[in-house]
Design a protein around this ligand. Structure first.
Ligand SMILES: [Fe+2]
Ligand SMILES: [Fe+2]
Length: 511
């Protein structure tokens, strides 16, 4: 082979190896530990290095991440656990510190014969371990912004016969290329991690903001999110039954987790007074106070009529008693606890026809709008308020659709938006039927109902609902084809209700 041919083949070999490095590094996408291990392994593989160490720059020190030494049979760090070795200061006193400080590669044929830089580190390592360091190649890892983010240190290049020789110039340039590709790959993994952490923090902040709007639902979202994942894991663990063949992969689990954390995000648009409307007349305050004032005015009116002789004492007394009894009735009607019968509604309408006089003007003692609230038969919400509350599910979907989720999280809006759908199509916001409601949404829906029913208190529920009653309601919802029977059976079989109690206790301790 001519010299030119040899050079050509060398170049081809180098390109091939660099290509292999690029492929090897890009195959590890979001696992920093696996990536660091791969980098060191590849570097050793291409140079025949018997041992090696990878450091990362953290502030003004180099932290020891991975060490491999075939001779001593040592594999430290990475997937083999954390390494309890003190960090190395970034200064010129150590080999790795020198390289991180100066940004230059050190290719030392024999550390013991190197009079120019008398580094103690390799020698004390040899004394400690019984190893015999000779050749060293130490390369800075530089990212795309020319920042040194780590140091790759290789020890003892071995030939085919296992003899140590110095690292070659080719090794040097090859590892420099690998190191810079590695630095970029590390940065990418870190950026992905940082982005995920940032998004996760955002999700939790939003959940806290929503939970904090109501003293009655505090922690609901976190409990739903954590319980949903407990159920999803239980589905994955099923070896028999309807879920034997179902397995949520890592991405699907993450998708469900985010959807659960964001399922009620639409509640941010629900007026605060509607969220926990404690009485029928509540807006930003309870308007029963206004009604009391009006009744006080009406009493004064009766007193005035009596004083100027227009009515006698007996008539006055009768009218005052009626006013007192009407007001007491209004105060009761204002509370959402009891069902309003037809006769009650009729009496409200009669009372509403009374008037009072203020500054020469006659006003109805109950306005149309107040009456609309008072005649609510059950609960405290008018139809339009109920609709506004229900809107939170479609609002969740609408808001989440505006987030540019990555491909693996693309179904978050759909899963979160379907948490109030019912299998028979009677749910909201879209009245989806069973075939359009996937398993993730069914799990989330069941957990959401279970958690809400198990709340410690509500505006007019002083006592928490007993567990048997909660489960009975869920069972009825299964029979009515609202929620999924298989998910409910799994929920019961796995004793998942008890997990909620554990979670509540844990959250109480964290407060
Ligand atoms: Fe909801
Ligand atoms: Fe919810």
């Amino acid at each position: 082979m001519s010299t030119q041919d040899e050079r050509h083949s060398d170049l081809e070999d180098r390109l091939r190896r660099l290509n292999e490095i690029g492929i090897a590094l890009s195959s590890v996408q979001n696992d920093l530990t696996a990536l660091l291990e791969r980098i060191l392994l590849q570097a050793r593989h291409f140079t025949g290095a018997e041992a090696g160490t990878l450091y990362l720059v953290k502030g003004d020190v180099l932290t020891f991440e991975i060490a491999q030494n075939d001779k001593l049979n040592i594999v430290l760090g990475g997937s083999h656990g954390t390494v309890d070795i003190p960090p190395v200061p970034v200064n010129r006193d150590s080999v790795s510190g020198y390289v991180a400080t100066t940004g230059t590669t050190l290719n030392i044929p024999d550390v013991y014969a190197d009079s120019e830089r008398n580094f103690e580190g390799p020698k004390s390592y040899d004394r400690m371990t019984g190893y015999s360091t000779k050749s060293m190649l130490v390369v800075p890892m530089r990212d795309h912004e020319d920042q040194i983010t780590g140091v790759l240190q290789l020890l003892n290049a071995l030939d085919r016969d296992g003899r140590t020789h110095p690292f070659s110039r080719e090794d040097e340039s090859l590892i420099e290329s690998l190191a810079s590709q590695a630095a970029v790959a590390i940065n990418n993994v870190r950026l992905i991690g940082d982005t995920e952490a940032l998004f996760d923090a955002f999700v939790r902040v939003m959940a806290t903001a929503i939970d904090e709007r109501s003293p009655y639902t505090g922690g609901h979202i976190r409990r739903v999110a954590e319980m949903t994942m407990v159920v999803a894991h239980a589905v994955n663990d099923c070896a028999e039954g309807p879920f034997a063949d179902v397995h949520f992969n890592r991405d699907e689990m993450e998708e469900l987790r985010i959807a659960a954390w964001m399922h009620d995000i639409g509640k941010i648009t629900t007026p605060e007074w509607i969220v926990d409307k404690p009485t029928k007349l509540t807006t930003i305050y309870d308007r029963i106070e206004t009604l009391r004032l009006r009744f006080a005015l009406m009493e004064q009116q009766v007193e005035r009529l009596k004083a100027c002789g227009q009515i006698n004492a007996e008539e006055a007394q009768e009218q005052l008693e009626k006013l007192a009894s009407d007001l007491a009735f209004l105060e009761r009607a204002n509370l959402p606890g009891e069902y309003m019968e037809d006769a009650d509604v009729e009496r409200l309408r009669r009372i509403a026809q009374q008037t009072y006089e203020l500054r020469g003007q006659v006003h109805p003692c109950i306005t149309e709008e107040e009456l609309t609230n008072l005649v609510i038969r059950k609960g405290s919400l008018t139809d339009s308020e109920r609709k506004k509350i229900n809107d939170h599910a479609s609002m969740s979907m609408k808001m989440l659709e505006q987030i540019p989720f990555t491909r693996k999280l693309r179904r978050v809006p759909e899963i979160a938006g379907a948490h109030h759908e019912k299998l028979d199509g009677s749910g909201y916001p879209n009245g989806l039927k069973a075939e359009s409601i996937d398993l993730q949404s069914r799990i989330l829906a069941l957990v959401d109902i279970f958690e809400s029913l198990s709340a410690d208190d509500r505006p007019y529920r002083a006592e928490p609902m007993p567990r048997e009653r909660v489960l009975k309601i869920l069972k009825e919802m299964v029979d009515d084809y609202h929620i999924d029977r298989d998910v409910f059976d799994l929920f019961l079989r796995e004793g998942l209700a008890a997990k909620l109690d554990e979670l509540k206790e844990q959250m109480a301790h964290e407060r």
